[in-house]
Design a protein around this ligand. Sequence first.
Ligand code: KAW
Ligand code: ZN
Length: 624
Amino acid sequence: MCYKSNIAEWQFASDITDENERLKLEQSLVAARFEKEAWKNITSFNWQPFTDPDLKRKFKLLSVLGPSALPEDKLTQYRKSIDAMEKIYSTAKICSFANPGDCGMNLDPEITEKMSKSRNFDELKHVWQQWHEQSGGKMRHHYEKFVQLSNEAAQMNNFSDTGAYWLRNYESDTFKEDIEGLWQTIKPFYLQLHAYVRAKLRAHYGEDKVPKDQPIPAHLLGNMWAQSWGNIDDLVTPYPGKSSIDVTPEMLKQGYTPKKMFEMSEEFFTSMGLLPTPPEFWSGSIIEKLVGKEMVCHASAWDFCNGKDFRIKQCTKVNMEDFIVVHHEMGHIQYFLQYKNLPLVYREGANSGFHEAVGDSLALSVQTTKHLKEIGLLDKSTPTDHEATINYLLATALDKIAFFPFAYIMDKWRWDVFDGSVTSADYNCHWWKLREEYQGIRSPVTRSEVDFDPGAKYHIAANVEYIRYFVSFVIQFQFYKSLCVTAGQYDPHNPSQPLHECDFYRNKEAGAKLGAMLAMGSSRPWPEAMRAVTGQDRMDANAFREYFKPLEVWLIAKNKELGEPVGWNSGGLNCQKNPPPTSTTQHPPPVTQPVGPKSGGPTVFLPHGAWILVAFYSLLNLVV
Ligand code: KAW
Ligand code: ZN
């Protein structure tokens, strides 16, 4: 059943057609019937008093049914709303800024490339606004329906709402408090990075575009969601002209291909004595965007549950960023391979954050100057003095530290939506409230409740929980540090061997340690799995602080020297309930444009003249 469902899902994700959508839905209903039967069987046992801990754990994990608890008509609605959003997200297109007649720009690769490379304020703003309009903007009503049904399913599983249902995966009563505690530890460092980056952006774009003590405009950070900022490294690098770790030009020069990137990643895993991928992986995976087909380009790794068929689907581009993503996806595959002989119920990560952290822990080793030299992507004479170190750590921080507040609010927003503290009347403005409060960024154009900006991010559209990445970005440094100590590559008491220079390539001891943890799957509570690698049994930001220590010291001094304010003032949220009359310059409201909240109540169509009134009240709203 697991195999059949995966095949149907893969078919849809790699070839988005109405027929494949129908087949996927049909299969999901068959699977739901089966899961319901299994669940009835399991829950007919009084398993709570069982004394065999392993048997009890299996029963505990199997006793939660998930969305399949819904009656068939509602399950159909539920699936259809998610499929519709994923389809909107994956097929959205926008028009070019320079070439308005060219309206075939996809997120992957054209839009992503523009966000990463363009330094033209207005072009970035255009691309940002159009993407948000064409993706999230088209799915608000689907999301409303989805929230209602998803909560209904959670409640049928005896959870208060979907947020509580998600948290079961972390098997902790203090999970939310733990995450908040970690954020508080990271926050001072984030604020320093934010202040420094804002200063550099102000120098480039001017004080009028990037005011000194305000949130940063969300479209200037090299990434559509301002979630990782590595792509603007050239604008913010502390010592220009010194070495850069972006080896993209070298990869292109050497004629790298997606296939070569995957082969190299596999070789890194096997060099540590970890498992090779089977032939099915290479014949079944899709590692380049298919021409002539609509597909889900957001990367993913698939376990077809038959012990043989494991695949990756990724629209890989030849650049450093995707080289890291390749390792990330290969980390998922390694986990699959390691636990493939466990009972199906245990073929999962110790928790979702563990699954996300495997490839990233290795990628920290891959991206070291030492390793890049070894694989011929960096010149052997590249220095590793203090200035080069700061450049390196800052480039890494742009991806790793900038990410935390984003990863946090992705699920903070959904927790608030699922538990009802935020309703659809406030979906978008609440999103921007969190964006401003945690990330210190602001929308480049006024937003309203006609927009639905959370839906412009894949994991909201496709309903993938996100706090896993927050967990991952903390624990990957714990794993990295422990593997480095095991490999004799890091000694906390030896300054000539700092953590960020550790490369455990070819180290079999480190590989054995990691492999042993992965082979546990979800058979034990995650603190036990963590202990197998780190000796610790909790999430801890200290390894992370240790890694970045020289940069933290440097940033604090630099911001002081520049007289740069740390933090931001809120000059009022750039979001209002009603749409401002001039919010969309591209598409002026047609004669019969629906207004008002899209959920509930009837849609109101206004005659042309009434727009003047709407405009007046919107303006009034703005003034008030
Ligand atoms: C990130 C992660 C690593 C390196 C750089 C990064 N930059 C940003 C991130 C976080 C996040 C993002 O893009 O926002 N990364 C991803 O989404 C990578 C895709 C994935 O490998 O995590 C993928 C997401 C997914 C989940 C469910 C359905 C479809 C896509 N996750 C998996 O494929 C997966 C596989 C096995 C178990 C669990 C998840
Ligand atoms: Zn992943």
